[in-house]
Every structure is written in C-alpha cells, then in structure tokens.
Unconditional design. Structure first.
Length: 492
C-alpha cells in the first residue's frame, strides 16, 4: 500500500507527512496488490440519572393548569407575537404569522391543545425530577410549582444549566480521549490511538479529533472506518471553512487516500486534484504540501497503469522534496520511496535502487530503526533485490520487516500480512516450499480477517496460497476448505 495521509494546520503552515508506504504484495506470478481495512465503532454510554424526591407540599389538582389560565396565556403569547410583526422583515413576518395562526386555532378550539399542554407539562415535571437531582429541593419545588401552573421559565433555566454542565463534561471527556490517543500514538500503538481518537471525535465531532481519528484508523489498517471519519471531516470542513480553505484540502486529501486504499481510484483522483488546486493557491507551487499532493496523484495514476502521465508528478514531488529536505526530511523520503516503486514497476531497476536505499536511510534517521514505516521501506527494497536476483539479502530484509511489524502493528494489520506473503513467495521461489506453506496460510488468515473474503486483495493472496498448496502440498488439510470458498485457481 502506498499512502500519503497528511496533517497540516493553516495557521502554522506546517506538514506532517505520515506513512507513505509503497508496500506491494508480489505474488511471484505477476500479481501486485495493496493494503486493507476493518471497521470499528465506539459507543457512547450515558449514566442513568439518579432520581430524587422533590417534596411538593400542595394539592395536585388545585395547582394544575386550568383551561381559563391556558387560554389567557395563549392570548398573551399571541399578542406579544403580533407586536413583533412591525419590526420584522418579510421572511420573519411569515414565520411569526404562522405562529399567530397556530395560536388562534388553539384559542378557537382549545380542547386538544389544552390536553397536549397538560401532558407536556407533566413530562417536563418528570424530567425535572430525574435530571435536577443536584439542584436542591427548594429550587426544584419552585420550578415544579410554576410548571404546574403553566409557567416554564424556571424549568427552562434549569434545563439550560443542565445542558451546559453536560456539554462541559462531554468536552472534558473528549479532550481526555484525545490526550490518550496522543500518548498511544507516541508509543506507535496505532490501534489504541485510533480507538481513543475515534472516541474523541464521537464525543466532539470537531476538526482536530476527526482529522486524527481518520489518520490513525487508516494507519492501523481500518480503512472502512477511516473512510467514514474522513468523509465526515470533508463535510465538516466545507461547512465550517468553505471549499477553498487549506483545511478542507487536507480533509479531501485524506478522504482521497482512503478511497485509493479501498480501490476507488477514479473518485480518489478527483479529490486529490481538487486538494492540489487549493494547496497550490494557498502555499505556492514549491511548498512541501504541494509535493505531497503531487505524490498522491502520481500514486493513483500508477495504480491505474497510466505510467507516462504519472512520472512527471513523481519527478515534481522529488524536486520539491529535495529543495525542502531541511524542513521535511520524511516527506522527501516518501517521494523517493514512491518514485522508486514506480521505477521498479516499469523495469528501471538501476534507477530505482539508489532512491529506495536513500529513502530507507532518511526514514531510519527520522523515525528510528523499529518503526512500521521503516519496515515498509525494507519490504520495498527486498522486492527490488529479489527481482534482480539477490534473494539472500532480500530474505534478510523481509524477515527484519516482519519482526518490526510483529512488534509494532496489530496482529491483523494488512501490511504485516503483505510482508509475510512476500516472504512466503520468496522462499517458494528459491525452493524452500515447506517453509513457505505456513507463511502463505498465515498471510491469508490475516487478510480474510482484515478485508473479508470478497476483497480483491484477499482474492489475490488466496490464489497465491492455493496455487502453492496444489503444487507443493496437495494433501494439506486446509486446501479443500479454501477451494470451497475461493474456487480452484487457474494454473499460473
């Protein structure tokens, strides 16, 4: 999977260009596929309110709203609205007149409206008793007494106070979840970080929590969930900032990247190009954010096999990255990595190798030796080495990538399955078929759990596995069950 999930904020004009991977599954029969997804939702559970007893000390029916009082109050309300007509514009006058007409109908035929009002007041009283448990009996009694007589002013003040208090509690909870997400992210615990950021976004769907939720859901391989979060982020950004704001462009970029990861390339390309236009206008043609957008467009074009159209975008991205390496080393490494994948794919291996080696060096310098992105670079270099006949070095790099992945990624992360599958293919290709068999099966198990059986990536891995079993382990106990699900593959 080759990815560019970006984070920038308009007022800071900075870019955090995260995981541009370039992780390919090489089927050793010509198949190349990319990453995957899984959806998680986090429920909000509200505590049940504690009921308290308000000691109301008056006779019920003597204090309930009466029909004459109901009519008097309705007429007063209608008179107040009529007085507003002269000060209102045309649109407001229409709304006011509709209210006047409704009140007039209630006054002329009050029975139904009176009973509905009594029912509403009783319901409000019940809610006050259940929700106002921290207010004290005196204030609660006063509000209920007035409510029973049809006066809702004190009840309105109480409910407004409760709503404000609960809103503050929700905001505090959202900030705490966001903080937990930042802690988990700093530890490279992406699934845990995604959980906390998603919870923060659910509690308070604002720009920053939605942005973080989408990015970490994507990083942790939960592409369906990331797609939902990033789509919500785009809608939020357009409403709050407008379509031509850099924050909206970032949202579109990240939405497009999740579309690309899920195979929706044409729609992804539209979103990426819209983001590029906004970013170029906002930051100039040579900004790092422009380079990232160019990279993303190039990746989609490559996956669509539009190679001639893709290469100029790669080259522009590398040029911008080289010019801005001091402020965005990882962004430059990403550009080199992605261009090297392109060059490998079109058979220009001698050009590709120095680029991927430099990308690996810069990534280690930026993120440390044991980061998942380092594992991705190792995988990409190993594929190039395998293609050019250096199987021993390729195997060593793949085993290191898998070791890092097992340390830092979820056990069902698609990238880990990619590296395991690639090692299986390498071992099979060098005659070590017995070592390859359990690795093929492990990779397929992860893909089935993460993507589902119908996803094209799972189908490709299943084909690799079944061809291997047919040729090297025809009596394996898993073969029949897998063929029942995926069918019998054609000979390669």
């Amino acid at each position: 999977m080759i990815s560019n999930i970006l984070t920038w904020f308009e007022q800071e004009a900075t870019l955090l260009q995260a995981i541009a991977a370039g992780t390919a599954i090489l089927g050793f029969g010509g198949a190349v596929i990319w990453g995957a997804f899984r959806l998680i939702r986090w429920a909000v559970t509200k505590p049940k309110p504690v009921q308290v007893e308000a000691r109301v000390t008056f006779a019920d029916e003597q204090t309930r709203l009466t029909m004459p009082e109901f009519l008097r109050m309705r007429k007063l309300l209608r008179d107040d609205i009529i007085a507003e007509l002269d000060r209102a514009d045309d649109e407001e006058r229409r709304r006011l007149q509709a209210r006047i007409d409704d009140l007039t109908a209630q006054i002329n035929d009050p029975e139904g409206a009176f009973e509905a009002e009594r029912k509403r007041l009783a319901d409000l009283e019940d809610k006050l008793l259940r929700e106002g448990n921290e207010l004290g009996a005196e204030r609660l009694n006063s509000a209920i007494a007035k409510l029973r007589a049809g006066n809702t002013d004190e009840a309105e003040a109480i409910f407004s106070e409760i709503a404000a208090r609960e809103a503050m509690a929700v905001q505090r909870a959202a900030r705490a979840e966001f903080g937990l997400g930042e802690i988990a992210e700093s530890r490279v615990e992406w699934r845990a970080a995604a959980q906390h950021y998603a919870r923060a976004a659910e509690l308070e769907p604002d720009y920053e929590p939605l942005l973080a939720a989408g990015e970490l859901l994507w990083r942790s391989g939960q592409y369906d969930a990331a797609l939902n979060a990033n789509k919500q982020l785009v809608e939020f950004s357009k409403d709050k900032f407008g379509p031509n704001n850099p924050r909206t462009a970032l949202a579109q970029n990240n939405f497009a990247e999740t579309l690309r990861a899920l195979g929706q390339h044409e729609e992804a390309l539209v979103q990426f190009k819209q983001a590029l236009t906004v970013v170029q206008k906002a930051f100039g043609a040579n900004d790092t954010k422009v380079g990232a957008c160019l990279n993303n467009i190039a990746e989609v074009l490559r996956e669509l096999h539009h190679y001639e159209e893709a290469e100029p975008f790669y080259q522009q991205g590398v040029e911008i990255g080289r010019a801005t390496i001091a402020i965005d080393t990882l962004g430059y490494a990403t550009s080199l990595n992605n261009y090297s994948v392109f060059l490998r794919e079109v058979g220009r291996h001698n050009e590709a190798e120095p680029l991927i080696r430099e990308a690996l060096r810069l990534t280690k310098a930026s993120l440390g030796e044991r980061h998942p992105t380092v594992a991705t670079r190792l995988n990409n270099l190993s594929l190039l080495l395998a293609i050019t006949g250096r199987s021993g070095e390729a195997e060593e790099l793949l085993r290191e990538a898998i070791e890092i992945g097992r340390e830092t990624l979820d056990v069902q992360h698609p990238d880990l399955a990619v590296w395991i599958n690639n090692l299986a293919g390498l071992l099979e290709n060098t005659g070590r078929v017995n070592e390859a068999t359990p690795l093929y099966l492990e990779a397929l198990e992860i893909f089935r759990a993460a993507l589902g059986d119908d996803h094209p990536d799972t189908q490709t891995v299943a084909r690799n596995t079944l061809i291997h079993l047919r040729e090297h382990a025809p009596d394996h106990p898993d073969r029949a069950a897998l063929e029942a699900v995926f069918g019998t593959p054609d000979a390669p």
